[in-house]
Design a protein around this ligand. Sequence first.
Ligand code: CTP
Ligand code: MG
Length: 228
Amino acid sequence: MLVSAIIVAAGKGERIKTPVPKQFLDVDGIPIISFSLSYLENAEIVDEIIIVTLLEWMDYVKKIVLNGKFGKVSEIIEGGERRQDSFKTGLAIAKGGIIIDHDAARPFPGVLNIDEMVEKCREIGAIIPVIPVNDTVKYVGEGKVRKTIDRRGLFCVQTPQVFRRELCERAYKMAEEDGFYGSDTASLLENSGIPVFTTRGSVFNIKITTEDDLVLVRAINRRYSNHR
Ligand code: CTP
Ligand code: MG
């Protein structure tokens, strides 16, 4: 079964508010999207890479792919309104029976063992990396604590998420029927009653959400540059 990686890079980065979308910001002279592109290009298990991006950044992405000699990139296509819509456009043209779903805004997937995730996915169908919530968690409203949540059993979810293709297709069909929205692909499978298995993520597999995260990305890049 072929393995297709879909890199979703069609977000506008409303929380970080930089003029350039966060997936295209330069860190140590490298655009953020190139970090995960390099990793997936060099991962033997990956057969093709599909980049889903913003229409106005399409030419820029094409240049990155040409200059970086990312030969596995088979398509660069336009995304949609929500992450869910962007992933769907990638899924529609992916050739693989196994799909790796990855955030362009997450530069260090190489700190995880993707080969192992793909192998497990072939058996169990859906696997996602998670890390335990370490801090105390509270609901806050209008500057006041409403409730404290028991953090036992709570995890933060990362990408790459790996799925058997037919499960994604089934989940998307049902999400459309239900009008279901999820901020990650796994939640669509959950909505369809499809079991989603977890594996250990890493605090170094960070997603850029705000400007502060860029400080951490620079530090991790120095520490883990051998993972690219
Ligand atoms: N993404 C996408 N299409 C969208 C929204 C998000 O491809 N319509 C991608 C982003 O580019 C990112 C990943 O999904 O690589 C994770 O999303 P997130 O961190 O939420 O990025 P943004 O939506 O760009 O940021 P924000 O939510 O702050 O606006
Ligand atoms: Mg978003």
